[in-house]
Ligand binder design. Structure first.
Ligand code: C2E
Ligand code: CA
Ligand code: CA
Ligand code: CA
Length: 276
């Protein structure tokens, strides 16, 4: 048994080796991703289910790596945060989203875009200043931009981050709290946060058939309503998910049930199809 244990350990550590090597390659190649035209974004619609219409999109970053193929942001964003490239990546993404949004407007499509911002970004650049710069550069009305920050940003309890979020909202850009309900949530802080919207984490919807999850969602919706916060439910995958969430009183949703993230061209085709 001891021998087996040692063998298992050996296999385990050699697998770790592969993971580590991949991580190193990713870290090394990240700065090149921008200059070599390997980054692209996809957009996923946010739906108003009462009116059955698309009210905005979330911008999701993708990286087509020459060796590994398309890499998920869940893999390379944490690496970018540690290596420091996150600022450049986010600037690229914000520019892409804002320029696309402006282009849509020229085509008669009014579609606010949301961009994900990570905690590390707030620690490395003045985000509100950069957002202001981009809005000016693309002549974009701030009401067309939204930023999504995870709870950890908000509960990291740093005055400086609060102030930046406040400044971003002062510009007229909306702020959403992403993945709400996963880990760091503190209901008692909700009334003092510089945010407009709660994005109810997918994990609530994943177990939506459980009565307890429904009670929690109802409670969150009640509090959000009293505090003047909007709520959007993430991870809606089935008609049944939508029905239950709707019954609980939430009418803005995002998820594969409506559309997976797609490129700008496909999104526009989808919008036109729906209008017909
Ligand atoms: P997120 O911000 O929570 O984004 C939602 C993720 O859930 C996306 O994964 C989306 O494709 C996926 N999703 C949407 N609807 C459904 C559904 O119905 N079912 C399931 N199972 N998944 C769904 P994605 O694109 O792989 O992004 C993963 C995470 O990477 C994002 O989570 C976000 O935290 C981060 N990320 C993506 N783009 C950026 C970016 O430009 N900057 C930063 N800082 N983070 C980003
Ligand atoms: Ca998000
Ligand atoms: Ca989320
Ligand atoms: Ca998430």
């Amino acid at each position: 048994a001891k021998e087996l244990g040692r063998n298992q350990l050996a296999i385990y550590s050699s697998e770790m080796g592969t993971v580590e090597v991949r991580k190193m390659e990713i870290e090394q190649d990240l700065p090149l991703s921008m200059t070599r035209d390997q980054l692209f974004v996809e957009y996923q619609p946010k739906m108003d289910v009462k009116e059955n219409r698309i009210i905005g999109v979330e911008t999701l970053l993708r990286w087509e790596h020459p060796k590994f193929g398309v890499i998920s942001p869940s893999e390379f964003i944490p690496i970018a945060e540690v290596s420091g490239v996150i600022a450049e990546l986010t600037k690229w993404t914000l520019e892409e989203a804002c320029s696309q949004c402006k282009q849509w407007q020229r085509q008669g499509i009014d579609l606010p875009v949301a961009v994900n911002l990570s905690v590390k970004l707030f620690q490395s650049i003045n985000v509100s200043q950069f957002v202001h710069h981009i809005l000016t550069k693309y002549q974009l009305d701030p009401k067309y931009l939204e930023v999504e920050v995870t709870e950890s940003v908000i509960y990291s309890n740093q005055e400086a981050i609060y102030r930046q979020l406040h400044d971003i909202r002062t510009l007229g850009v909306r702020v959403s709290m992403d993945d709400f309900g996963t880990g760091y949530s503190s209901i008692s802080l909700l009334d003092s946060l510089p945010i407009d919207t709660l994005k109810l984490d997918k994990s609530f919807v994943d177990h939506i058939e459980e009565e307890n999850k429904q009670i929690l969602i109802e409670g969150i919706l009640f509090i959000a309503d009293k505090l003047g916060l909007e709520v959007i439910a993430e991870g809606i995958e089935t008609k049944r998910d939508e029905e239950i969430v709707k019954k609980l009183g939430c009418f803005v949703m995002q998820g594969y049930y409506y559309r997976q993230p797609v490129c700008a061209k496909e999104l526009v085709e989808w919008i036109h199809q729906r209008r017909m």
